[in-house]
Design a protein around this ligand. Structure first.
Ligand code: SF4
Length: 522
């Protein structure tokens, strides 16, 4: 979840020098005040004491990760930091010398799962437990109790890989590893603490391009756990993507806590300077031009992010940018959206969907839309919920992440106890939306039927455990496809969709090729 659903939220023509002023702006965007605040915190972290000098440096690590795409992207960054320091991933089933739990606290359930993972990791004897991420930011006392050592709980005061590098070097720097420097320049914009250095385990990699949110949706704890907005420079992102492609990844997902705040000091659009600049579109243009990258996705966008410039940039790279957008709705009622403090209304949302459909339709097939919806927000009436159902039917989502409202301590909505919707109604509304999507002839099947008899392109991800000789992979429209073919993991397969079995499209293979271009538009 958020990267921007509060649950799961989530661009350069610049590199070639065609927009040098935009590039210069990204490199210097953070305000002096924000830089001073972060640097003060960095110097505090520098003073973290070595907790036990008698302990030998760890040789193996394990990272357990919970939560959103940004957390998963951070996991890869943290692993690169550890591998740079000579550590190897622990063998599955064996304890690691260093156990890291990268936590999530966006819902009560996610926080409980994070605590459970920490307790399980702590059972490993002779291991050091490091707790990182949003649970630390939302409840530091509890996190310190879980680790048993205050310096072994790291929130988001610093970019995560930099914080872990600093922590590790403070504990065990041995002269071979240059301690991570925390100068103003290395903190902001969002730095790359270590280049990716691990061969691809998955064909798809998340690249974190932005961190932090200050939009303060009334249900979301993220502005507390990740309050500082940071942006990677376009050249850094491009370099990272080139390296990931060299390591064998075929698809990249650009992820951020608030993707549309990429290149801005704030996620609040009314306060953004340089509103006419289109940094995300510039980044997409640069990344889509990386040689060897087969597919590019964006993690999450909302109406204020989806400008005509961004849409035309997405449409200008039909061979790489997929026709799929994740557009968190949260509610189809303006009354609820206002109380959620969202920065759009239903009409803005539908206008975005219509513009994206017009710009990204291919061969008569509209783009796929996925979304996040919260059921039972405090004060949500039956009529509000019916409006949400009507919007879901109007948009025709391929998939909806549906969550019951979960009060998070420290947020405004958690204080509106007198308006809480009873548990049973929240659960029933969730069930209703899941049924709307997944039942026979439901929203998902209706969209996937539109793909039938059309040529699809999919990325072979794993052998199909239910169909002998078949491979499974997501097509460009994000639907799962099973195809009978002899191929390698990571191959691009062109196939013709023939039928739908449950949640999988069955297709007949035409070709498998590492360099197969995506379908031409129209
Ligand atoms: S507060 Fe920020 S991260 Fe949370 S849901 Fe709102 S926009 Fe997304």
């Amino acid at each position: 979840m958020p990267a921007c659903s509060g649950l799961e939220h989530h661009s350069q023509t610049v590199i070639d020098g065609s927009h040098p002023t935009t590039q210069a702006k990204f490199e210097s965007y953070p305000s002096d005040a924000v830089q001073r605040q972060v640097c003060r915190r960095a110097s505090e972290i520098n003073r973290i004491p070595t907790y036990d000098a008698r302990m030998a440096p760890p040789r193996t690590y394990r990272v357990r990760v919970l939560g959103c795409r940004v957390n998963h992207a951070e996991r890869r960054e943290v692993e690169s930091v550890l591998r740079d320091r000579g550590l190897k991933e622990a063998v599955p089933g064996r304890p690691a010398d260093l156990e890291i739990v990268h936590t999530c606290s966006v819902t009560g359930r996610a926080a409980a799962k994070s605590r459970q993972a920490a307790r399980r990791a702590k059972q490993a004897r002779n291991s050091t437990l490091l707790l990182t991420g949003c649970l630390v930011g939302s409840n530091r006392d509890q996190a310190e109790l879980l680790t048993g050592n205050p310096s072994h709980a790291i929130g988001h005061d610093l970019p995560m890989p930099l914080a872990v590098a600093s922590w590790f070097d403070a504990q065990w720097a041995n002269g071979n590893q240059k301690p991570c420097e925390k100068t103003e320049e290395s903190i902001l914009p969002l730095p790359l603490a270590a280049m990716p250095n691990q061969p691809a385990n998955h064909v798809r990699a998340e690249v974190r391009i932005q961190d932090g949110c200050d939009a303060h949706c009334t249900f979301c704890i993220i502005p507390t756990t990740r309050p500082v907005l940071r942006t990677k420079s376009i050249s850094t992102v491009t370099e990272e993507v080139e390296r990931l492609v060299d390591l064998g990844h075929r698809e990249v997902v650009l992820a951020g806590i608030f993707l549309g705040a990429f290149g801005h000091e704030t996620a609040l659009r009314r306060r953004q300077q340089h509103r006419s600049a289109e940094p995300l579109a510039d980044l997409v243009d640069a990344v889509a031009s990386v040689q060897g990258l087969a597919r590019l996705r964006l993690s999450s966008l909302e109406p204020g992010d989806v400008s005509d410039t961004l849409l035309s940039t997405l449409a200008a790279h039909p061979e790489v940018v997929v026709p799929h957008l994740h557009l968190p709705l949260q509610s189809g009622s303006d009354r609820v959206l206002r109380r959620m403090n969202r920065q759009y209304r239903v009409a803005d949302y539908l206008d975005m969907v219509d513009r994206a459909t017009h710009a990204l339709s291919r061969n008569g097939i509209p783009p796929a839309f996925t979304t996040d919806i919260i059921c039972g927000f405090p004060g949500e009436t039956t009529n509000d919920f019916e409006q949400t159902v009507a919007i879901a039917e109007r948009v025709g989502y391929l998939h909806m992440h549906v969550f019951p409202f979960s009060p998070r301590h420290g947020t405004a909505a958690a204080r509106w106890k007198d308006q809480f919707v009873p548990d049973a109604i929240r659960t029933e509304r969730v069930r209703h939306l899941i049924d709307l999507e997944t039942r026979p002839d439901g929203l998902s099947e209706r969209f996937r039927r539109r793909l039938a008899k059309h040529p699809l392109r999919l990325l072979a991800e794993q052998p199909d455990p239910h169909r002998s000789g078949n491979w499974l992979g997501r097509c460009d429209h994000y639907a799962m496809v099973s195809v009978k073919i002899r191929c390698e993991r990571g191959d691009l397969v062109r196939a013709m969709a023939t039928e739908i079995e449950d949640d999988v499209i069955i297709a007949e293979a035409e070709t498998a090729d590492c360099s197969l271009p995506m379908l031409a538009r129209h």
